[in-house]
Every structure is written in structure tokens, then in C-alpha cells.
Design a protein around this ligand. Structure first.
Ligand code: CS2
Length: 492
């Protein structure tokens, strides 16, 4: 079967949407680090829309910081790929053209640095996942002991980490008299702009205090809230897309219809007209971020751990299990909502109703195991911070504690039938060692895992209300199973 390329683009069936601009002539103005499925279903689509409206100079050079698989799949396709939007009504297909260049950092770090130093590049966007910032998730500061950070300090001109590439490229631009690019973090970190600014400035300072002051004073790191559910692409998805395109696409991306991007409007080097394509340009992203991280991602992680343990493969399956659906609603309504500073004019009830409908989307097949990954990096902002706010208000944390206990039971490494769980997490070895030493005994396992400072910080584990609630929930899960514990908690 022929491949999707600029040459075959014109022969696609009429039902497949395609770029409404001259793709071959598009010029790069954005370098993206972490060119995975989420970027390709989100920021790259908004930029595709911007270019379709006639704005020039905003195509993307997308870099992978680790594996070459995206390059190997998309370079032979001239960077073209399909976005399949999945809903109960079927799949709507669209070929996206904004990704004009592909790079693989470990293969050729110089090529990526050269792209980042191009004066035409005005923005560097990032989706490198939470762990890609090499930071301490509970404190939001650079992890100076991180192996990649130490390597980047030892050999700064040949970086490995995302912060290492930012610092080296900013240093080179400064030396060349080119104005700095704006750094736009599109990951689900709390206060993502400020966090990435802090991490990057700290790394720069460790290299050279003067460079640190430059990053702090001269580089903009606007905050963003990004939202679109994008499950990992499967071989069945590839076959389905090829059947519809009548050419092969080695790596299409599959997404839900919903998409939201809220961006702090602070781009000293200029920006594309994002407000023309549905992006909300605002002065303060914080309330949007809180609402999304806590209500969506907090519920996601809750369903991931407890749902996986109860034998549910996908989020839609979890939502079809009535006690779980009740858990999600009560967690959101009773424990998360009271902690939120609501965005101006927001209809919170409508937002939550829409969220639950998104979770129920039967066409998505979003796996609980996928969301369960990297819990140590996600829990602080998704669940732990909410529990901290609740306790500060002297309010109960029954559902939050159950979710956190679900994570503990999951990272202990065996499911309820004794089968090994493939726990993916940068702290997995440490979590596993703590769990093995404690055994499946809530009175020992909960305090052992609560001692992981990167997740829980130092104050909360010492609070008997927190420790007590988590231990009781964990004990319930260990004794009666996750499904049993959820059922008992929602009928109480
Ligand atoms: C998910 C997110 O995998 C996860 O941790 O919770 O990727 C989620 O689907 C997105 O943030 C939705 O915007």
C-alpha cells in the first residue's frame, strides 16, 4: 500500500479533510520538544488551523528527546499524519500538515539546537510529560541529582534533558544577539509556566549565574492549560485509518472531539493569532488549570488505579460500573469542587457533566494502565494538593484518600489475583522496594509510601488526619478488593 505523503495527499477520498494551505511552502516558527500523540492531536492542530486562515511562519519542527520512532514513522510521510476524532457517531478523519520537520535529539543534538537558534523560531513548545522536566514534583524545583541534569551540567553543549536543551539554546541565542524564544509548556504541571521557568533558570544558574539572571529576566514562560483526551494509538487504529485513507499512515493519532487550550497572553517575541482558532488567551490561567487538573486528571488517576485493580481495562468501562461512576461524581462534587477558584463566567456543573460524558465516550478505549503511568509525578497536583486544601479547611477527604490508597495498592506491584503489574514510573524501583519491605499490610505499607517526599512532601504525612484516612482506605482495599472498597465508600 502506498504511504501518506505530499504526493498522495491529493488522491485521498473526499471525506478526509486536509490542509487548506500550501503545506510544502509553510515556514517553521515553532520548535516543539516531545512530538508525541498529544502534541499532534492538540497544539499542532491549532497551528494547522492558524495556517489554514492564512497566517504564515507558524509551522512546527518537532523533536523527540528519546526514541526515534516518531521520526521513523513520519519522516517518510513528509511529516503528514492523520487525526481521527472518535465519538459515538464514528471517526472523522483529517490530515494535519503543520509538522514540517522532524528531529531526534539523541541522534543529532546539534540539529535540534540549530533549529532552536533559528531567528525565525519565536516559540518553543513542550510536551515531554511530567517527568521530562527533571524536577521534584512535590516542590516544583529542579532535581539537581537527576542523572540527565548532572550529564547536562558536565557537558552543557550536548544536552540530553528538555531543560538542558532550553538553556543551551537560550545561551547560544544570547551569544548570537538573537532575541530569546518564548517557552510554552503544554504539560499538566501545576503552574506550568512558572514551574518550567524555575527549573530552567536554576539549571542556567548552575552553569553560570549571569545566564541564570538572563533566563529569569528576559525569557517569557507563559502558563497554559491544555485539554484533550488522546489514548495511545494501536495497530487496530492504524488498520482502520489505512482502510479509510486508502494509503498507509504509520502513526495516526486518535482523539476525542473535545479540545481546549487556555494560554496566558505573554509572548514578547510574537505569537500566532491563536484566538482566531478557539484558543482562550487570558491574563491568569490558574483557575482554569486548577479546575482541569483536579476535576479531570484527579478523576482520571482515581479511575486508573482503582479501576485497574477492579479489572477494568478502559475508562469507559470504569464509568459503566455504577459504584465507580458514583465515586467519580461524589469525589468531584463533594471533595474537589469546594477547593476550586472558578474561572470567570464558568459553569462548573456543566463542565463536570461534560467531563463525565467525555469519560463515558465508548469509542475512545483509553486504558486505565496508560493513565496509571508515572503516578509519582502526577499525584501531587492531581490528588495530594486537593487533600491538603481540604484538610486546611478541616473538611473530610474520604474519596481522595481512597484514590491515593488505590495508587499505593497499585504500585505495590501485584493485582488482586497475584499477577504482576507492569508499573511504569521513574520512582518504580524505590516504590517497589518500600512496598516489598512493608508487605500487604496497610499499617506498614501506607506510612512507608507516605515517606516518599517527592509525592507527599513533608507536612501532610505527619498529619494524623491524612495518614489515618489513607491507611484506613488502604486497609479496606487490601481486605475487600478495590471494587468492594469503592462500593462501601459510595453507599456509606
Ligand atoms: C491523563 C491525561 O494519562 C493521563 O494521565 O490523565 O493524559 C489526560 O487524558 C489529559 O490531560 C486530558 O487533557
Amino acid at each position: 500500500m502506498a504511504r501518506l505523503t505530499l504526493k498522495t495527499l491529493g488522491d485521498l477520498p473526499a471525506a478526509v479533510a486536509r490542509p487548506a494551505y500550501d503545506v510544502g511552502a509553510a515556514e517553521v516558527g515553532v520548535v516543539h520538544l516531545g512530538v508525541g500523540a498529544f502534541h499532534r492531536a492538540h497544539q499542532a492542530v491549532y497551528l494547522d488551523d492558524v495556517m489554514a486562515r492564512g497566517a504564515k511562519g507558524w509551522a512546527v519542527a518537532g523533536a523527540s528527546l528519546r526514541a526515534a520512532d516518531t521520526y521513523d514513522a513520519l519522516a517518510p510521510q513528509d511529516g503528514l499524519y492523520t487525526l481521527a476524532v472518535r465519538s459515538g457517531e464514528g471517526d472523522a478523519l483529517r490530515v494535519v500538515g503543520s509538522l514540517r520537520r522532524l528531529l531526534v535529539a539523541p541522534r543529532d543534538p546539534e540539529a535540534l539546537l540549530a533549529a532552536m537558534c533559528d531567528p525565525k523560531v519565536r516559540i518553543v513548545t513542550l510536551t515531554v510529560t511530567e517527568k521530562g522536566y527533571c524536577h521534584d514534583p512535590a516542590r516544583g524545583t529542579l532535581d539537581e541529582a537527576h542523572a540527565d541534569i548532572r550529564a547536562d551540567l558536565a557537558d552543557p553543549h550536548r544536552p540530553r534533558s528538555a531543560p538542558g536543551f532550553l538553556v543551551e539554546a537560550l545561551a547560544r541565542r544570547r551569544a548570537a544577539g538573537t532575541r530569546p524564544f518564548t517557552v510554552l509548556c503544554c504539560d499538566n504541571l501545576p503552574a506550568n509556566g512558572g514551574t518550567v521557568a524555575r527549573v530552567t533558570a536554576r539549571l542556567a544558574t548552575l552553569r553560570d549565574p549571569d545566564l541564570g539572571r538572563f533566563v529569569e529576566g528576559e525569557v517569557a514562560f507563559p502558563a497554559t492549560m491544555v485539554d484533550r483526551i488522546v489514548p495511545a494509538t494501536t495497530d487496530a487504529d492504524r488498520a482502520l485509518v489505512a482502510g479509510r485513507l486508502r494509503v498507509a499512515d504509520a502513526w495516526p493519532v486518535m482523539a476525542e472531539p473535545f479540545s481546549q487550550w487556555v494560554v496566558e497572553d505573554r509572548f514578547p517575541a510574537g505569537r500566532p493569532p491563536l484566538e482566531e482558532v478557539g484558543v482562550q488567551m487570558v491574563a491568569d490561567v490558574a483557575p482554569y488549570e486548577h479546575m482541569k487538573l483536579r476535576l479531570l486528571n484527579g478523576a482520571h488517576s482515581t479511575m486508573a488505579y482503582l479501576g485497574y485493580l477492579a479489572g477494568h481495562e478502559t475508562i469507559a468501562e470504569v464509568m459503566a460500573d455504577p459504584p465507580f461512576a458514583q465515586l467519580v461524581a461524589r469525589l468531584q462534587d463533594e471533595e474537589i469542587t469546594p477547593t476550586l477558584a472558578v474561572p470567570p463566567g464558568a459553569d462548573l456543573d456543566g463542565y463536570k457533566r461534560a467531563l463525565r460524558a467525555r469519560f463515558r465516550n465508548p469509542a475512545l478505549r483509553h486504558r486505565t494502565w496508560q493513565i496509571a503511568m508515572d503516578g509519582s509525578q502526577k499525584l501531587p497536583q492531581r490528588l495530594v494538593a486537593t487533600a491538603r486544601d481540604r484538610l486546611a479547611a478541616n473538611a473530610p477527604i474520604d474519596f481522595l484518600a481512597l484514590a491515593i490508597a488505590g495508587w499505593m495498592r497499585y504500585v505495590a506491584g501485584h493485582d488482586e489475583h497475584g499477577r504482576a503489574i507492569d508499573v511504569r514510573d521513574p520512582l518504580a524501583p524505590q516504590l517497589r522496594a518500600l512496598a516489598d519491605a512493608a508487605g500487604l499490610d496497610a499499617g506498614r505499607l501506607a506510612p512507608a509510601l507516605l515517606s516518599v517526599r517527592e509525592v507527599f512532601g513533608t507536612g501532610l504525612p505527619a498529619d494524623p488526619r491524612f495518614c489515618g484516612a489513607v491507611t484506613a482506605a488502604l486497609s479496606d482495599i487490601i481486605r475487600g478488593g478495590a471494587a468492594g472498597a469503592v462500593g462501601r465508600r459510595v453507599t456509606r
